[in-house]
Design a protein. Structure first.
Length: 108
């Protein structure tokens, strides 16, 4: 798995030794994580994210999930309250406004 641990570490001016000390590990362990020789688990992402002052997801992704805006929350809540037939009508309307968008989202 590609990751950006080294990028964040170097941007913060941390050596392998210093980052290792911050997460309670060894510099060899951090090096193995950076190079992908050791599996980057959720626990490692959390520990490293805290030590590097970033969201754990930022270590493995270029884009962080964006929080929903108020309009999106209202829309989602309303959609969830709909019965099946009105839901399908909303989806058809969305498909007519933005053809192919729903298929791309669903992976189809």
């Amino acid at each position: 798995m590609d990751n950006r641990i080294r990028v964040f570490r170097e941007a913060r001016g941390l050596s392998l030794d210093k980052l290792a000390a911050l997460v309670g590990s060894t510099n060899q362990q951090i090096s193995n994580l950076e190079t992908g020789k050791r599996r980057l688990t959720a626990d490692w992402l959390l520990r490293l994210g805290e030590a590097l002052g970033c969201h754990p997801w930022a270590l493995v992704a270029d884009d962080l999930p964006q929080p929903l805006g108020l309009d999106e929350i209202r829309l989602l809540d309303s959609f969830r309250d709909l019965a099946d037939a009105p839901r399908q009508a909303v989806l058809q309307l969305l498909e007519s406004i933005s053809p192919g968008r729903l298929e791309r989202i669903e992976g189809g």
